[in-house]
Each structure stands twice: as C-alpha cells, then as structure tokens.
Design a protein. Sequence first.
Length: 312
Amino acid sequence: MLNRRHIRIKVLQAFYAFSQSNNDDLKKGINEFNHSIKKTYDLYIYLIQIFIPLKRHAGIKIEESKRSFLEKEDRFFSKSFIDNKVIHQIESSKALEKIVNDLKINWVGDVENDLVKKLFKAVYNTESFKEILISEDDSFENQKYSLIKLFKEEICNYDLLHHFFDEKSIYWQDDLDHVSSMIIKTLKSIKENEDLVLMPLWKDDEKDFALNLLSTAITNKNEIDKVLQKYSKNWESERLAKMDSLLMNLAVTEAKEFSSIPLKVTLNEYIEISKFYSTPKSNGFINGVLDKIFADLKKDGKLTKVGRGLIN
C-alpha cells in the first residue's frame, strides 16, 4: 500500500521525532515508526467504508421524501445510489468485515454521524452524484467508474472530512492524499460477485527497506552529521536547517546502504521531499551538497551499486 516516496516521508517524520526527543533508544524509535505506519492503514480502512454510511443517509433521504409528494425525484435519486452494486460489495465484504471488527474502526458515533450527514448533503447536488443517479447504464463497470469519480472529485476533497481526520489522529495530517489514491486503486480492482481485495500494508521488501533505512540513519546519525558539516561549511550556518540536515542524512544513508537503488533516484527523491517539508530554497542547497558528497564517495570507493543501482 505504501510506495517508496511515502515510505521515505514516514521515515523522515520518525527520524525527526527521534532527533527531537533527546532519546537514544533505537527500539522506541522503531516502535514509534511502526505505530505511525499502522495508523496509515487504519485510515485506509476508515476511508474505504465511507460509502456505507453515505448509503444509510440516502435511505434516510428516501424516508423523508415519502412524506413529501413534491420530492419524488429525491426518492428516485437516493434509491439509485442505494442500489449501487459496488457499494453493496463493499458493504457485504467478509474481508472488510473481519478487519473492521479486528481494528474496531467504523463510522459509528455522534460525531461521525454528523459528519457523514453533512458530507451527504454536500455531495447530493453535485454533478458527480447526479451522474450516478440518472445514468441509464446500470452495469457494474459503469457504476464503479461513477463511484470512483464521486470519491475523487467530491468526497476526498471535502474540507470537513480533512478536518475530522486531522483531529482524529496527528498521524493522519499528511496521509489523506496518499490513502485516497489507495482507495481509488482498491475501487478500480473490485470485481463483480467477488469479495473485496484490500491492499496489504506492505508489499514485497518495502518493510525491510523502511526499517533498515530508519535504524541505520539513527545509528549512524552522528557520523554522517560530521560529513554534512564538512561539505556544507561554505554555506551560511543558518542555511543548514534542521530538516535539511535530516533529509541529507537519510539520503547519504540510503546511498551507502542500498546498493540496488540508483544514486539519481535517491537524490531526486529527497530533493522532491524537501520541497514540501523544508524551506523554499532547500532543494537547491540539498542538491548541491549531496552532489559533492556522492561524487567523493564514488571516487573513494565507498559506494557500491549493483544491478538496477548501476543505472545513471
């Protein structure tokens, strides 16, 4: 579920928290990282269920419209949403039911109910919602496409939903965009009359990559800090912001420890991350310093690259 970019960001956040804690307990740092990753998966499970309470509020809309003969259109619209085949598969998924029960994550509660009520009201009159309701094509694929469009254009951009998740967990403040993209992938993968296939938290060797990167960076931090000081001494001291230092520390660690990752990939990844997590001019500074460090490490034979890592 987590791609390399998101893993690097998660490692950076854990590395930053560790460096601020004045704590040298590596195990605690790793445990905190694992907890933050678990919270990301919790958000994924939370968000994949959002259509279920929305369907419930569509049912409420139907009951309300029955009391008003002037609102027959509302009854038709809401019924069309309730009959969406993709929502039905999510709702009836045994795999989702099991993990929801295990993690105790659901949309039950007054705060949750109030939010979903507001969300339903907000999306009800949107073009994306109306497309679902008035479409004459009731095929599974068309209903899936329309639901994905509703999620992408309306649900995941709803400000109160962002606020709700921000308040729910500090770990979710930077996760919603990434998790939303995972929800879209999950929706695309749903097949008619088959159980929902939830994305695994980790794929292949990504967990090893994450834990090795973080633990090595923590263990070798002081050593690599000295290298950074040597190569950044010609820059003003105030330019070496805390986050710049941590980003470059991780980049050097990755370059030295992961022989199958090309240097160019490592360099570009941390430059891109710096654009969101450091100062406006940090990417140029980081690029200049890392270029020099990587060049000298290669010249001194301290960088070993194999296979894909040899790609320039």
